[in-house]
Design a protein around this ligand. Sequence first.
Ligand code: N2P
Length: 439
Amino acid sequence: MKRFILSLLSIFAFVAVAYSADRAHTLKIYNWADYIDLSVLDDFKVWYKEQTGEEVEVVYQLFDINEIMLAKIEKGKEDFDVVCPSEYIIERMLRNDMLLPINKEFGKTPNYLTNISPYIIDCFNKIDGSGKNANDYAVGYMWGTTGLLYNTKYVSEEEASTWATLHNEKFRKRIFVKDAFRDVYSTILIYLRQEELASGRLTLDDLMRDSSDESIADVEAFLKQAKRLVAGWEADFGKEMMTQEKAYINLSWSGDAVWAIEEAATVGVSLDYRVPKEGSNVWFDGWVIPKYAKNVKAASYFINFMCRPDIAIRNMDEIGYVSVVATPEVLESRIDDELEATVDASYFFGEGAEAVKIDPVQYPDRAVVERCAMMHDSGDRTPKMLEMWARVKGNDVPLWNWIVIGISLVAVLVWLIHRAVKKHQKRSYRSKRARKTKR
Ligand code: N2P
């Protein structure tokens, strides 16, 4: 909460300062909530002045659902210069020709974009941008997995290692699910198609492109069953629910999990995170410059600055998510000799990182990454999926709420009738007395 209030105050400060500056010297950033070390924004202004001799002010706005951000960009009312969508939204933006290519020439300024892991570049190559290569239009920022954050006191490691736990009566009203339809759909579909995956009849990539009526119906049926146990759909408060032990399981992103695990430890609550054995998605958020951007130069310098290793480390330390930057100093900053197990993170850091002591929630072992897949845009099937999501979440008012509403209405009605009767009695008493005095 304290962190949230601090973020809000800083954002107001940024907005206030920036609106007093002119648009040509303003950089408008649209980013996920809790997704940056805000002090980095001040440092960017100083660095930009050093590099270009130009002043820049920053307007920093937040979103917490991809689709809400996309709708805002599509409407075109806000002229953001740099935005941070997830891979399937980048795909959609490319298909709909909404992005400018990113200028990667920085003159005498070092080009930090070369610090990005080849693994990330490779994944961005797989974004299907209708002939456009995503690496020309987007630069990775943070990445991670979707999995189950759990309270080790109430949930066993085995229970946290399968999506089937979302149907486990033991956790009735103790489950929070991320309000991210694409992530939830893809992970549940992987769970439901595990036999086909095991037999080789389907691949993970097939599933990430599957938005058939049949699959939508299957996922809907699974989620409607799970809904009985779900305490809420959260865009950003799941981690607090977990640290306060109001929930025991949170279908969440790895970065939120890292933040929650650390925060919970300070109050004696033990949380952990698993990517279920059936598989999951691995997601990537990246910076893009919308076509209507007004300060393209500052936007590309900002993207470059975010890839400076020290800046990447500060952001990671603050938010728990994992930067795309894979330089030796980043790896060194993540090594924790107190950890017992090692992780094969060579797919990300390259040779020499086959057995490193780093947090497996942040950098999943190669074996975990191999059972995860990257999501794709569902194109004109998206409304069908969103309708399913709306049906699942619904706005059903629970029965006891109706009972309370009913009792309250009856009470108000009784009181109104009582008041009317009293008034009527008073009036007839007064007129009787008036008649008597006349006589
Ligand atoms: C952080 C949001 C992370 C976005 N609040 C994951 N795609």
